[in-house]
Design a protein around this ligand. Structure first.
Ligand SMILES: [Zn+2]
Length: 287
C-alpha cells in the first residue's frame, strides 16, 4: 500500500471513535513485528521514530526499511518523527520520506512555539506531510526510564484557552495534549485530567494525541479515547516486551547465539503487546 500521511489515518479514527497506535521502533525486528501484527489485525499503524532512535539506526537506513515494509503491506503505515526538536530535523526527515512530523515546542514560550510550528507546517504541507505539535508539558523525558508526572501542576498542562489560538495560527493536523500523562514507567498512580481533555475537545476539531500511553490502565485509556484521543504513543511497554522475550531466549537456551533465533523470542513477546494495544484502542479491523 505504501506510506500514508497521518491525517489520512487519524481523521477516520476521530470519526469512528477509536485510536491509532504509534509504536516507537529502532531496528529491523521492531519494524517487522509492528507492521506484521498490524497487518494481521487489519489495523492502521504509526511507526514513530524519536531523534535518539534515528541516531541509533541511521536516518536513511531506517526510513528506507520502513518505506519498503509499508509498500509490501496492505494497511496504511505512517512514518512519523516523534518529538522533533528543530525545524532542520523535521526538514531532514521530510526529505527522507517521512509522511508525518512532530515539532515539539512545548518547552519554549507560546509565541516561539507558534512561530516554529507554523514554519514546519508550511514546509510539510507543501509536500503532503502531516504535522503534530505539542502544547503544555507531558511529564518525564522521552527515553528516560521512569515517568515523573508528580511535579506537574495545572499551569504546565495544556490550557484549553490557548488551544484555539494555537491551532488557528499554526494550521497543525493533530495536537499532543498534556493532561497528566508522562513518558517512561509510572512510579505511582498517574492522575489523568479527563475534564481538561473534554474541554480541549470542545475547543478544536483536529485529532488529539496522548503521549506517555505506556502503563496507563485500560479504563483510563478507554476514557481518553471516548473523550477525543485519536492517537496513543507506546514506547516503553514495547521495549519491555522485547526485553522480556530476550530473557526467555536466554533462559531457554543460553548457548543459542544465532540472532535469527534469539530475536524471534523478542518479536513474539512484542507481537502480544502490539495485539493487546490494537484491541484496546479499537483500531482492529478498520482497514
Ligand atoms: Zn512523547
Amino acid at each position: 500500500m505504501g506510506l500514508a500521511n497521518m491525517k489520512s489515518v487519524l481523521i477516520p479514527a476521530m470519526k469512528g471513535g477509536y485510536a491509532v497506535p504509534a509504536f516507537n521502533v529502532c531496528n529491523l525486528e521492531y519494524i517487522k513485528i509492528v507492521i506484521q501484527t498490524a497487518q494481521r489485525l487489519h489495523s492502521p499503524v504509526i511507526i514513530a521514530l524519536h531523534p535518539v532512535e534515528i541516531e541509533y539506526a541511521g536516518l536513511e537506513e531506517i526510513s528506507n526499511m520502513v518505506r519498503i515494509a509499508a509498500q509490501n503491506a496492505d494497511i496504511p503505515v505512517v512514518l512519523h518523527l516523534d518529538h522533533g526538536d528543530t525545524y532542520e530535523r523535521a526538514a531532514r526527515c521530510i526529505v527522507n520520506g517521512f509522511t508525518s512530523v512532530m515539532y515539539d515546542g512545548s518547552h519554549i514560550p507560546f509565541n516561539e512555539n507558534v512561530r516554529t510550528t507554523a514554519q514546519v507546517v508550511k514546509l510539510a504541507h507543501s509536500v503532503n506531510v502531516s504535522v503534530e505539535a505539542e502544547l503544555g508539558l507531558v511529564g518525564g523525558a522521552e527515553g528516560s526510564k521512569y515517568a515523573h508526572n508528580h511535579g506537574l501542576d495545572a499551569t504546565q498542562l495544556t490550557s484549553p484557552s490557548e488551544v484555539v489560538e494555537f491551532v488557528d495560527r499554526t494550521d497543525i493536523d493533530s495536537l499532543a495534549v498534556a493532561i497528566g500523562s508522562a513518558h517512561g514507567l509510572y512510579t505511582g498512580e498517574p492522575h489523568i485530567d479527563i475534564e481538561r481533555l473534554k474541554e480541549i475537545r470542545r475547543c478544536t476539531d483536529i485529532p488529539l494525541v496522548l503521549h506517555g500511553g505506556s502503563g496507563l490502565s485500560d479504563t483510563i485509556i478507554r476514557e481518553c479515547i471516548e473523550n477525543g484521543i485519536s492517537k496513543i504513543n507506546i514506547a516503553t511497554e514495547l521495549k519491555i516486551a522485547y526485553h522480556q522475550g530476550m530473557i526467555h531466549s536466554v533462559e531457554k537456551d543460553s548457548s543459542e547465539y544465532d540472532p535469527r533465533i534469539t530475536f524471534q523470542y523478542a518479536m513474539e513477546e512484542a507481537a502480544k503487546l502490539i495485539e493487546s494495544k490494537i484491541n484496546l484502542f479499537g483500531s482492529r479491523d478498520r482497514v
